[in-house]
Design a protein around this ligand. Structure first.
Ligand code: T5A
Ligand code: NA
Length: 213
């Protein structure tokens, strides 16, 4: 099989974890690193607050509006569905996409509120499955000590403890758990290694699949 990178697809790389685990820092550094190596790569994030659905989510997260738990869950999912076809075409054209939060956040945060786990997973079915999920693992107590904590709706210690348990029920073979308590540089090095490996597999024509596979 061909490993010619000009005709092969990009990788879908997702970063997950509790609030303040360092996803944004790491996904941005990773994006710069891949571009520096000459890869075609984009940095995405969910919620994507730029769309009209995203603006409803943003207002909910900053406590400016109230929504039923199931309604906000479905909005988070809709916010991923509205980007699905663009995601697929980018990946097929050879662009690697690094995504800061994805369906796993959707399920982990909503099920931590007490919603049924399978009900939470259902609307994500059919979205593209990541090639790699990097879970930045931080004890909830440690995350609260980081900059800017407490500004948004879900940034509360007891809730984050439940979110961490929900995440543990979502692990599958595509996950790599990385200790998020090390230095930014240390974590960055680990990510670079596992991400390059994942991009390499996609260049060898690993098929694109859908959740929940
Ligand atoms: N949500 C999201 C749902 O409920 N359902 C869904 O479907 C989705 C997609 C918003 C909220 O929405 C929920 C989850 C969230 O509660 P968000 O906008 O991504 O999601 O908000 P956060 O995840 O909280 O994003 P943050 O930017 O706040 O946190 P990050 O990205 O994890 O962390 P980062 O990189 O900004 O770093 C936080 C701080 O720590 C420092 C940084 O300098 C910064 O001050 N830091 C470190 N300090 C020490 N050592 C390190 N290794 C560090 N790395 C970073
Ligand atoms: Na947050």
């Amino acid at each position: 099989k061909s490993s010619d990178s000009s005709s092969s697809r990009g990788a879908l790389i997702v970063l997950e974890g509790l609030d303040r685990c360092g996803k944004t820092t790491q996904s941005s550094n990773l994006h710069k690193y891949l571009e520096g190596l000459g890869h075609s790569a984009e940095l995405w994030r969910f919620p994507d607050r730029t769309t009209s659905v995203g603006q409803m989510i943003s207002s909910y997260l900053s406590n400016e509006s109230q929504l039923d738990d199931r309604a906000i869950h479905l909005l988070f999912s809709a916010n991923r569905w509205e980007k699905r076809s663009l995601m697929e075409s980018k990946l097929k054209s050879g662009t690697t996409i690094i995504v800061d939060r994805y369906s796993y956040s959707g399920v982990a945060f909503s099920s931590a509120k007490g919603l049924d786990f399978e009900w939470c997973k259902a609307p994500e079915k059919g979205l593209l499955a990541p090639d790699l999920v990097v879970y930045l693992d931080i004890p909830p107590e440690k995350a609260t000590e980081r900059g800017g904590y407490g500004g948004e709706r879900y940034e509360q210690l007891e809730f984050q403890k439940k979110v961490r348990q929900s995440y543990q029920a979502l692990h599958d073979a595509s996950w790599k758990i990385v200790d998020a308590c090390g230095s930014v540089k240390d974590i960055e090095k680990q990510l670079q290694e596992i991400v390059l490996e994942s991009i390499g597999l996609c260049q060898k024509e690993k098929p694109l699949t859908c959740l929940w596979s």
